[in-house]
Design a protein around this ligand. Structure first.
Ligand code: ADP
Length: 485
């Protein structure tokens, strides 16, 4: 079976968040199941410079905005996955990130940049494809950036290929003024409430949801949540109409990339049976971050996150003075909203040796925080799947999470019953509030400080989970088979 996996970011070429991790590891797991997968991404500089054997394979004609582009084919060195790349200097070869410039301002022509990505995916699945030796049976779209693909496939390209849209986050929908319809050569006749119109705007994500043959999201619980007003961001009505067709498939993690036994970023590797190495990583981390080492039995709480309202870390801030009073230390890595960055920086300056905040994006440090901390804090207000809590499980760093989406689906709260039957893997908040978070952290500290045996058990339970893609990739395969029938 041939699958074209369309995405706006893919690890290790370019990453801003979990979507890149999934785009790097799910295709590999599918390939192991015998699927012939190719990824399609925009030709950002980081993509062009890192792929091996990159060569032009076709010219793409009749594109909106830019008329022509070159289609290239290369390979990700680490995984040998084939990647198709749209080379367009005007659209994609710029300094900055995939969505915004170096100052964090969104590119104004994002509808053109991702409209073209969507259109190319549709062309590659159509009878007019310039790559007729490789016609996909499934086009697997991801998030709003690829949302127009199913619309182009059905309404313009007369493609016979089936499409899937995977929703990684309902909060981002790609809504733009209707003038873009003409620029992107989309039929005006479908600019209706049954089509891709949303409150007078063109909605990329809605187009995907309306025209895709199947819809998935990244955890079973989030599949239900997005059908409610609290989590649907206005599309809950449409989603509940297609409720029976929405499948929640929990993300896996790349267990080669995220494995404490082999992680090259750690000063010492460790495993569930040799947890002593974790203590050495903690000491090295305290040193690296300039935190007090004398307090190395003090609980070290880790955070690696986008600093946005979604992630709920504003609920941690008012609790930090109290947590410092009872001996906690913090290792924080993240970037996002300036006010949150500044609030954490201010607290860190006033508490040298106790709080470290690194503002920015740092892959190696994220691994060391995951390994060196005693517990990982992730109180997201909503979380489609979340990967960091799973990295925490794999690294023996029990996660403290809110009861939402993939966090609820992947972490088992610690209580008498789950300690008894050895299923406890972390701590789950029972209320989305600063008080709810504090109570949850205090429960974790109680076990950490007073009951080493139970703490070890919780760590080991988490480390014993099968977090790999094996099971979930199989679920995608079954879904692919169902829709091509
Ligand atoms: P989201 O995709 O919503 O940001 P996830 O938990 O699904 O959240 O995935 C986030 C991914 O991005 C993880 O791999 C995490 O380690 C990584 N990450 C987030 N912020 C940073 C950062 N500042 N530095 C390094 N990695 C980060």
């Amino acid at each position: 079976m041939r699958v074209l996996f369309v995405t706006s970011e893919v690890f290790p070429l370019i990453k801003t968040g979990g979507l890149a991790d999934v785009s790097g590891s799910l295709p590999l797991a599918l390939q192991h199941l015998g699927i012939d997968v190719r990824i399609l991404v925009p030709g950002y500089p980081a993509v062009l410079s890192q792929l091996s054997d990159l060569k032009p394979v076709a010219t793409l004609n009749n594109l909106p905005v830019i008329e022509h582009a070159e289609l290239m084919l290369g390979t990700i060195v680490e995984t040998q996955i084939k990647v198709m790349v749209i080379k367009s200097a005007g659209l994609y070869e710029r300094d900055g990130g995939p969505y915004s410039d170096v100052n964090g301002q969104e590119w104004l022509d994002n509808p053109a940049r991702f409209g073209v990505l969507s259109k190319v995916a549709a062309i590659l699945s159509s009878p007019q494809t310039p790559m007729n030796d490789w016609l996909p049976e499934i086009v697997h779209c991801n998030d709003w950036q690829t949302g127009l693909t199913p619309a182009y496939m059905k309404l313009v390209e007369q493609s016979h290929t089936k499409s899937i849209i995977s929703i990684h986050n309902m909060a981002f929908q790609g809504c733009y003024p209707p003038e873009w319809l003409s620029t992107l050569a989309l039929p005006h006749t479908s600019f209706t409430s049954e089509g891709y119109e949303y409150h007078g705007q063109l909605s990329f994500l809605k187009a995907g949801i309306v025209y895709a043959d199947a819809i998935t999201t990244v955890s079973p619980r989030y599949a239900h949540e997005i059908q409610t007003a609290a989590f649907g961001f206005g599309l809950e009505g449409l989603l509940s109409k297609r409720g029976n067709e929405i499948k929640g498939i929990l993300n896996g993690i790349d267990t080669n990339e995220w494995n404490p036994e082999t992680d090259p970023y750690l000063s010492k590797n460790y495993s569930a049976t040799k947890l002593s190495g974790k203590q050495k990583v903690k000491t090295a981390l305290l040193q690296e971050l300039g935190l007090d080492i004398g307090a190395s039995n003090a609980p070290l709480l880790g955070i690696v996150s986008r600093l946005t309202h979604q992630k709920g870390l504003d609920m941690l801030l008012p609790n930090m003075p109290r947590l410092l009073d009872i001996g906690c230390q913090f290792a924080i890595l993240g970037s996002g909203e300036r006010a949150l960055e500044a609030a954490f920086q201010d607290l860190a300056e006033r508490n040298p040796g106790r709080i470290s905040i690194t503002v920015g994006y740092n892959e190696p440090l994220s691994h060391r925080i995951m390994a060196g901390c005693d517990m990982f804090v992730m109180p997201s207000r909503f979380e489609p799947c979340g990967l960091n809590q799973m990295y925490g499980l794999a690294y023996g760093t029990p996660p403290i999470v809110n009861a939402t989406g993939g966090l609820a689906d992947s972490v088992t709260d610690t209580n008498a019953a789950s300690i008894g039957n050895k299923t406890a893997t972390g701590f789950v908040m029972n209320e989305t509030s600063p008080e709810g978070l504090l109570t949850c952290i205090q429960r974790a500290l109680d076990v950490f400080n007073r009951n080493e045996k139970n703490w070890r058990q919780i760590q080991k339970n988490g480390m014993a989970q099968n977090l790999s893609w094996d099971k979930s990739a199989l679920e995608y395969l079954i879904l692919y088979k169902n829709i091509v029938q």
